[in-house]
Each structure stands twice: as C-alpha cells, then as structure tokens.
Design a protein around this ligand. Structure first.
Ligand SMILES: *Cc1c(COP(=O)(O)O)cnc(C)c1O
Length: 379
C-alpha cells in the first residue's frame, strides 16, 4: 500500500534528504565535517532569518525547549507562559521541573493569545524574566502573532522565547526583525528531516541571562555550545548524518526561496480549509488558523479515532487525531514540509471516502473540487 504522511511531525522526507542521510559516516573532528557544519550554521541563519548564534543539539524539539529554560532562568525566577494547547503547557511543565515560577495566560483552545494580554501581564509584574510562546500551537492548529508579541516584549527587561518547532521553514518567522530572543525548533516538521535535531537561536539580550542563570545543566549548556561553535565545532558528538541531511534540506528551501515556500504552505492550508468547509465540517480555529496544520472538529455522529485509524490502516493516509482534552474530538491534517498540492488532494479524497463509509452525508468529489479550485487560482 502506498503511504502518505500528513501529520504535524514527523513529516515526509524528500528523496534527496533521505539519500544525504544515508551517506557513510565521517568523523566529526575533521576539516571535512567542519565544512559541512559551517554550511549548516549559515543555512540555519537563512531559515531562522537571524544573525544570532544557533546551537544544534542531538535531541527532539522538547530537548531544545528544555535547553531554553535551563539556560535563561534559575530556581525561584518568574516566567510568563501562554497556554492555548498542549505545547504551551509544556513550557509551564518544563519551568516547574526546574523550580521556576510561572504566571500563566490561559487561552481558550482554538484561539490565539492576545498580545495586549501579554503587555498587561508584563506591566503588572516586573519580576517576569522570560515570556514563553508558541508560533504554531500544533495541538489546536493556531498560529500566534509573534511579530506583535515581539514589539511588546522588546521594550521590557524580559526576553521572548518562541517555540517554532512546528512552523519554522514553512511559515514566516523573522527572528531578528520581530525581536525573538530565543527561537527553538526541531528537525522533523517544516525542515523535512527525520526527528533528532533540536535548534535554539540566542540573541545578545538573552546571552546576558545565559551567563547568569543558575539552573543545573550540562549537555544543554549554551556556554559549552558557544565555545565549540566559535571554533566551528560541537561540544559533543553531533548527529552527523542528520547534519549532512540538514544541508540538503536547506538547499531545497533555498532553491524554492522562503517566500515561495511560505506561499505554498498558505495555499495548501487554504485548499484544506475550503475542502473541509465544503464537507460541512467546522474548523477548530477559524480565526487564527495556521498554515501548517488544519484542525477540524469531528461531527458528533462520527467516531474521530476510528476515522483517523481507517484512513491510515485501510488507505495508507496518515493524519493526526486530537491530543489531550481534544482526543477523539478533532482530526488534524498537516500541510507542512515536503507536502505538495496533490498530497492534499489525495488526503481530501480519502477523507471523503472514509466519512461516507462511516455514514456521514456528503457528495463525493465536492471537497476535492473545492481544494482544486484554490490550487487552480493564479496569483
Ligand atoms: C512537535 C512539537 C513539539 C515537540 O517536539 P518533539 O520533537 O516531539 O520533542 C513542541 N512544540 C510544538 C509546537 C510542536 O509542534
């Protein structure tokens, strides 16, 4: 059975990336690897849209999130976190694991955080040293307005931390222009790589906190990473194959150019949303819908988990279900990374077939046609 992967991580691998990852292992303390690593670091700066240092760890995205927390803060410090989904919650959980106090902005799932609310909290509590946010809240399919949040946090003592694990390389995130102090990402989403690399960019404003933070840290210590990076090196054995593959993935992004890559994601998202609406289904996040993942409410008469399972096991089309409190109540179609127009058409067609089988009333082909209409529109 031919397989299609439309989940918000991991995402499919382009053949060029697979080939790059399959090359012979070379030793990392060599001029040969240093050249590859230098290219990777320059390429990451292009994707992050930054001049800041970017540290690369052999870890999943959450490892890089943990690195952000331990390198900025100390036990007893106060941070502001935004919770509008599972990944926003992770910031609070990470902080509490290290004895860092959190003030939490609760956001209704499916909505974006109001930048004004962040401003209010920063004004009323001068203790806040860091603001932890999420570019795309993958659990709800919402994109937050990081540019607006950046304009607010920039004028305070606090640093802005952005979880861009889902979204980087697929939707716009201007690290420098939007004053994002720490941007965290991972390999297996927009970057079209296998899981296993975590990235963090660090601004000069954040570097001051890195020097004074007292949280316990060893592998993720940015001071060690910086010392090594300044010599085009890594403190520990890097995930060599993934870094070789990273260069290939970044080359693909450069070939298309970030602007066109963002536009492709925007169109796929628009097509997916139109298709879903044509089926009479409701978007979970109609106002701040993300261009990398579309979350859809499962109609009351349909078993959401069975829908996802049937698409995967019977038809080979893997989408994601809902997480935590939305388990069984949502399905999520990712259009991120190495996904193109016809992958979306396949997915929508499969969705129609399975919904029909499950007794949902629909007209076959209508949703596919709506998606096609979006793709047929000329710019
Ligand atoms: C996937 C994801 C994570 C977690 O990354 P892992 O690589 O699974 O550790 C964190 N935040 C967001 C927004 C994500 O989409």
């Amino acid at each position: 059975m031919k397989k299609y992967l439309l989940t918000p991580g991991p995402t499919p691998l382009p053949p060029q990336v697979r080939q790059a990852a399959a090359q012979d292992i070379i030793h990392h303390r060599t001029a040969q690897f240093q050249k590859i690593f230098t290219e990777a670091n320059q390429g990451l700066k292009y994707v992050f849209q930054t001049q800041n240092d970017i540290f690369t760890f052999a870890a999943s995205g959450t490892g890089a999130m943990e690195a952000a927390v331990v390198n900025l803060l100390s036990r007893g410090d106060t941070a502001l976190t935004v919770e509008g989904g599972k990944f926003g919650e992770r910031w609070r959980e990470l902080c509490s694991a290290y004895g860092i106090n959190t003030e939490v902005i609760k956001v209704e799932w499916g909505k974006a955080v109001s930048p004004e609310e962040i401003k209010k909290r920063l004004n009323s509590s001068k203790k806040i040293k860091a603001v932890f946010t999420t570019l795309c809240e993958t659990s709800t399919g919402v994109t937050n307005d990081i540019a607006a949040i950046g304009r607010i946090v920039k004028d305070t003592e606090a640093v802005l931390v952005v979880d861009a694990i889902s979204g980087l390389g697929a939707i716009d995130l201007k690290t420098d222009a939007w004053s994002c102090d720490l941007v965290v990402s991972g390999s297996q989403k927009g970057l079209m790589l296998p899981p296993g690399l975590g990235f963090v960019s660090v601004s000069p404003k954040a570097a001051k906190l890195v020097a004074s933070a007292q949280s316990p840290r060893y592998y993720f210590d940015f001071r060690l990473a910086k010392k090594a990076l300044d010599k085009n090196d890594t403190a520990f054995t890097p995930a060599i194959s993934l870094i070789i593959a990273l260069n290939q993935a970044i080359n693909l992004l450069k070939e298309q150019g970030l602007e066109k890559v963002f536009l492709r994601h925007k169109k796929m998202a628009e097509a997916t949303r139109s298709a879903v609406r044509a089926l009479g289904l409701k978007l979970f996040a109609p106002t701040a819908a993300s261009d990398v993942v579309t979350a859809v409410k499962v109609p009351a008469e349909i078993d959401g988990e069975k829908l996802v399972k049937t698409m995967r096991d019977v038809y080979g089309v893997t989408i994601a279900g809902g997480q935590s409190e939305m388990k069984g109540k949502l399905f999520r179609i990712a259009h991120m990374g190495y996904i193109e127009e016809f992958d979306i058409i396949v997915c929508i067609s499969c969705l129609e077939q399975v919904l029909l089988q499950m007794g949902y009333h629909l007209e076959l082909g209508k949703a596919v046609a709506e998606a096609e209409k979006v793709f047929a529109k000329k710019e």
